[in-house]
Design a protein around this ligand. Structure first.
Ligand SMILES: Cc1cc2nc3c(=O)[nH]c(=O)nc-3n(C[C@H](O)[C@H](O)[C@H](O)COP(=O)(O)O)c2cc1C
Length: 198
């Protein structure tokens, strides 16, 4: 299975990117083929002026196209996801996530914005035709600490991450290409399951 980690922070020293690197290593240890991409490493002018035809952007877009499943990380910025991530998502084709399983991972300063991923990022991923968008994982800054040995993640947050990554691997295996039979509707996990009537 080919997995892409996509880091959406513009920061040079980035918590959400460090967390994503931890996630990439964890998936690699489970035997997955993991490639990585960070929006910050792409030429800023290509992103801002929406130049998808440059060599750098073409290579980045090809990584997304090749991936069967993506983990996308972003910081919460102004109660939503980062503008840097949006500049890149805007360059994907209309159905640029078709057939793919996506796990959003978000870091933020305040738990008041835990749901930013639900109302801000998930609709965009669904609009890009992702096949499955899993419930996002929100990790507060207070749960992350840089140490000389690398990133330390608070126990509660680490268990939630392992749980989410297990679900991600299951979903990626279950929905991996080629699609069997007619394509089903987009599945978006909801933090607020609707009551079943009848
Ligand atoms: C411009 C800016 C806006 C931010 N807005 C919010 C916000 O609305 N809510 C929040 O919880 N944290 C906010 N934060 C804090 C970041 O989400 C948090 O520190 C995050 O872990 C940073 O991730 P990064 O290091 O990968 O960029 C903001 C930080 C910056 C720099």
């Amino acid at each position: 299975m080919s997995i892409l980690t996509l880091a959406g922070s513009p920061a040079a020293s980035s918590r959400s990117r460090a967390l994503l690197e931890w996630i990439g290593a964890r998936l690699g240890r489970s035997g997955e083929r993991v490639d990585s991409l960070a929006v910050r490493d792409l030429p800023a002018e290509d992103l801002l002026f929406a130049r998808a035809d440059t060599q750098a952007l073409q290579a980045a877009l090809a990584k997304v196209e090749r991936a069967q499943a993506l983990v996308i990380s972003t910081p919460v910025y102004k109660a939503a996801y980062s503008g840097a991530l949006k500049t890149f998502l805007d360059l994907l084709p209309q159905k640029g996530l078709a057939g793919k399983v996506v796990l959003p991972v978000v870091t933020g300063g305040s738990v008041a914005h835990t749901l930013a991923v639900e109302y801000a990022l998930k609709p965009v991923l669904a609009a890009l035709d992702a096949r499955v968008v899993l419930n996002g994982v929100f990790i507060a800054d207070s749960q992350l600490e840089y140490t000389p040995d690398g990133l330390r993640i608070a126990g509660e947050a680490e268990s939630r991450l392992h749980e989410a990554l297990d679900r991600f691997e299951d979903a990626a295996l279950r929905f991996r290409w080629p699609l069997a039979g007619p394509r089903s509707a987009v599945a978006v996990e909801s933090a607020f399951p609707l009551p079943v009537s009848g």
